[in-house]
Design a protein around this ligand. Structure first.
Ligand code: S3P
Length: 172
């Protein structure tokens, strides 16, 4: 574990932040959530950043942040669901870390986010269709960059966390 950052990628509502926090507690390593980091730095919620400056500005902030993570520092990093849209981000993250893709379904995302309206890309009507379309578009990218794919749909949080830990513990 000491050699790498552990990077969690996956769709909105797949559990990256929750799982990342658990791993950080277990390994006593620093936890970084890219959305949280950007919100604190900008002094604004993600939804406000999108509203005021647009998605492109937010993506620039993500890119700046990922540049720091090409260094192997044994951090646990949970990323925003769109991080994979930028090749540079993934080159940097892969250079310093092992990438775990938390794989889920549109149905599960809808269930997990049913009381959460904070995601700017899922505002308005037809949430299910929006999730489905984005998930379809992004799945090949998540798959392309994953070192490990973890299906999080049918498993408890405890099982998922212990599965990831068992993979990390096997790293040389
Ligand atoms: C986004 C996912 C969000 C956040 C922003 C954009 C995306 O993060 O970065 O709303 O493009 O999928 P989570 O995956 O943590 O919800």
């Amino acid at each position: 574990m000491n050699k790498y950052n552990i990077v969690l990628i996956g769709f909105m509502g797949s559990g990256k932040t929750t799982i990342g926090k658990r791993l950080s507690l277990h390994y006593k390593k620093e936890f970084i959530d890219t959305d949280d980091f950007i919100e604190k730095k900008e002094g604004m919620k993600i939804s406000e950043i999108f509203q005021k400056y647009g998605e492109e500005y937010f993506r620039e902030k993500e890119e700046e942040l990922c540049e720091r993570f090409s260094i192997k520092k044994s951090k646990i990093i949970s990323t925003g669901g769109g991080i994979i849209k930028n090749t540079k981000n993934m080159d940097n993250l892969k250079e310093g870390g092992k990438i775990f893709y938390l794989q889920t379904t549109a149905e599960k995302v809808i269930e997990n986010l049913k009381n959460d309206n904070t995601r700017p890309l899922l505002q308005g009507d037809n949430k299910y269709e929006k999730v489905k379309a984005l998930l379809e578009e992004r799945t090949p990218l998540y798959e392309k960059y994953a070192d490990h794919t973890i299906n999080v749909c049918d498993s408890s949080l405890e099982y998922t966390v212990s599965l990831i830990e068992s993979i990390i513990d096997d790293f040389k």
